[in-house]
Write a protein that binds this ligand. Structure first.
Ligand code: SAH
Length: 398
């Protein structure tokens, strides 16, 4: 290990292990790096210069000797300055894409590796941004991230959430308002609807922007429809359906706080008379609705991850099957069903199979109209297809 020109430790890969990084893959695994004692002693998140075993430069990376993904490449230049200006350039590029996509500044501004910033997520809610840091490398750069945001978006309020994926990231989880102030839930504009997001107490960073295009798709069926939104959270789908002319919406969630915001959202869209928020456990409520003969023209089932880890997969797959079965039973003939999964561990093909099995158990069939993932403000790095976590399937049932 020798210092590079920018006073940065120089790390070498094991012989023959540089090809992926050279081709633009942003990760290097710990067993691919020559790990001497000095390398192992580097503090988690240290910026390093990477080289192949023969000395070909691979770039600047943040390094953590304790994680399986040991190096995350930030720039192909091994002497790149990783400072506020570096972040500002990435934020400008990411923001320009989003501003071409959307008419209002409510979106995921930075989606980790696909925006050149592994370990970092930034969601924009107008004048307020929520920064989510998941790695030691990004944590050490938190000051530059904040300065880069101030120099580009100049947001009124910056919230930083630390959600380490692993203990080895050595980050204390927590939430901090690092500039400005926050006065209760924030109003979100999405397409024709408006809603509320709780940026400090909510899930993710407060609003699931990833479902935007799937919501817009379902909204095409909304005029005059009676809809059921299971796992509604703060009403992402319900409010979109309401704004597009649904006759009645039943929105179910187990969280009282989420339902309260969903109900406030209904008022914001002038839909309070048409949207009913019900606190219940989803599977129980689906069975109860079926038993009482209730039917809906649109059923949305966007649950929390049923398979959070690989070992949960068999149980998780069964849960998706059961959800599809119970939800399908409530769809009127000719009606529409959306089932989604945000489990990283469930593949698109496996998910589709479980939905088909659920339909068969419910003795329903129909046609698949759409299979989609997250919207384009959640882009996917071309060499990390496995990072595409969201799957949504829409069917019309006979
Ligand atoms: N569809 C929402 C996001 C759903 S997030 C949107 O578009 O914004 C998952 C939601 O499921 C959370 O709000 C959580 O409170 C709820 N939830 C988790 N387990 C549940 C259960 N067993 N029954 C009902 N709701 C549940």
């Amino acid at each position: 290990m020798t210092p590079s020109s920018i006073e940065r430790p120089l790390l070498r890969l094991e012989p023959g292990r540089h090809k992926r990084a050279l081709a633009g893959h942003p990760w290097v695994y710990s067993n691919e790096i020559a790990m001497g004692a000095a390398v192992k002693a580097l503090a988690p998140g240290t910026l390093v210069a990477l080289e192949s075993s023969e000395g070909r430069t691979l770039g600047t990376a943040s390094f953590n000797p304790h994680t399986l993904i040991a190096a995350r490449i930030l720039d192909p230049d091994p002497a790149a300055r990783i400072d506020a200006e570096f972040f500002a350039r990435r934020f400008v590029r990411a923001g320009a894409l989003r501003d071409r996509l959307y008419g209002a500044p409510f979106y995921r501004l930075v989606h980790a590796e696909a925006d050149g910033l592994g370990g970092l997520v930034v969601d924009r809610y107008g004048e307020t941004v929520v920064v989510q840091i998941t790695t030691a490398g990004m944590n050490r750069l938190a000051g530059d991230i904040r300065a880069g945001l101030a120099a580009t978006l100049a947001p009124r309020t910056i919230i930083v959430r630390r959600d380490p994926a692993f203990e080895a990231e050595a980050i204390a989880p927590g939430l901090e308002i690092v500039s400005g102030a926050l006065d209760g839930p924030i109003e979100v504009i999405e397409g024709a609807a408006r809603g509320y997001a709780d940026l400090t107490g909510g899930q993710k960073t407060g609003w699931f922007f990833d479902q935007r295009d799937n919501r817009a798709f379902m909204a095409r069926f909304a005029p005059g429809a009676r809809a059921l939104d299971i796992y509604c959270y703060t009403g992402g789908f319900s409010l979109q359906l309401a704004a597009s002319g649904a006759r009645e919406i039943v929105a179910i969630d187990s969280s009282a706080a989420a339902l309260e915001l969903a109900a406030r959202g209904a008022r914001l869209n002038g839909a309070e008379g048409r949207m009913h928020c019900v606190r219940a456990e989803a599977f129980n409520e689906l069975a109860r609705l079926a038993a009482t003969g209730e039917r809906f023209d649109i059923v949305i089932a966007d649950p929390p991850a049923f398979a959070k880890s690989k070992k949960d997969l068999p149980v998780g797959l069964k849960a998706y099957r059961k959800l599809a079965r119970l939800a399908a039973a409530l769809v009127t003939p000719g009606g529409f069903l959306l089932v989604a999964s945000c489990s990283h561990n469930v593949g698109e093909a496996e998910f589709a199979i479980e939905i088909a099995r659920g339909l068969a158990r419910a003795e329903r069939t129909g046609r698949i109209l759409r299979r989609a993932g997250a919207g384009p403000d959640h882009p996917i790095h071309p060499f990390l297809p496995e990072s595409a976590y969201l799957k949504a399937e829409v069917l019309q049932l006979d």
